[in-house]
Design a protein around this ligand. Structure first.
Ligand SMILES: Nc1nc2c(c(=O)[nH]1)N[C@H]1C(S)=C(S)[C@@H](COP(=O)(O)O)O[C@H]1N2
Ligand SMILES: [Mo]
Length: 221
């Protein structure tokens, strides 16, 4: 590659990064009619203002006092958090959009909880760790790449739009991974297993895509 070409490629990469930053900032605009849907609504999605409930037909009734989260596997410090421990972790909040593979999207969800980055700083994944398996109280599992799980908008959420997450939406604690379809965002979180080798979860072994990026429509296969 010539120096000129390298420079040109570098500038293009920078421009792409700037555009991505704009697109990302767009998700923080609230309810205004000038929202640019072509940049904010992923292909094949339609906007809803309600919040549909999707699950396997079991909605575990887990009270905060009896909830327990195990974080284990390929980590230096396996950890168990009960509610009191969880509540003592640094508070994190973020506003993000939800995209469900069943083609609805919901903008501007205000989440409060504990960031996955903080959680990872506590348990310290081993150098070879690459994947995260989320296990839930209803028996559901889903897999996510460790680098995706570690993105700065991911959290273990206890509240949505200022109120505790309801039982039907996965309370007391659910995962939120905004940049992937919502099936990766495990409800009724029970265990976070950090692993070296990937292990496809409930939907991933039933025809859903292993990653689930809404922007490239990684829905099935
Ligand atoms: N534990 C658990 N988490 C789950 C599911 C589930 O069945 N069990 N369904 C997933 C799917 S397919 C979707 S679309 C979303 C739905 O979340 P919601 O009901 O809050 O909209 O939860 C995801 N997380
Ligand atoms: Mo889903």
């Amino acid at each position: 590659m010539t120096d000129d070409k390298a420079l040109e490629d570098g500038m293009r990469a920078k421009l792409v990064a700037v555009k991505q930053a704009w697109a990302r900032a767009g998700r923080l605009l609230t309810g205004s009619s000038d929202v640019d849907h072509s940049h904010r609504l992923p292909p094949g999605q339609r906007l809803v203002t309600n919040w549909p409930v999707l699950d396997l037909g079991i909605q575990p009734d887990v009270q905060r006092e009896e909830w327990e989260l195990t974080i284990d596997g390929a980590v230096v410090n396996p950890t168990i958090w009960r509610w009191a421990d969880f509540a003592q972790q640094p508070a994190f909040e973020d506003v993000s959009d939800i995209h469900c593979v069943t083609q609805w999207s919901r903008y501007d969800n205000h989440w409060q909880g504990v960031s996955t980055q903080h959680l990872l700083s506590v348990v310290q994944p081993l150098p070879g760790a690459r994947h995260v398996i989320l296990h839930s109280y209803d028996g559901y599992t889903t897999n996510v790449r460790l680098d995706h799980f570690a993105e700065d908008d991911c959290l273990l959420a206890h509240s949505h739009d200022g109120a505790p997450i309801t039982r039907e939406h996965g309370g007391p604690v659910r995962v939120i991974i905004p940049r992937y379809y919502l099936w990766k965002s495990a409800k009724w979180l029970k265990r976070i297993e950090i692993v070296m080798t990937d292990k496809p979860g409930f939907w991933e072994t039933r025809g859903y895509h292993n990653e689930g990026d809404p922007w490239t429509e990684q829905r099935y296969g």
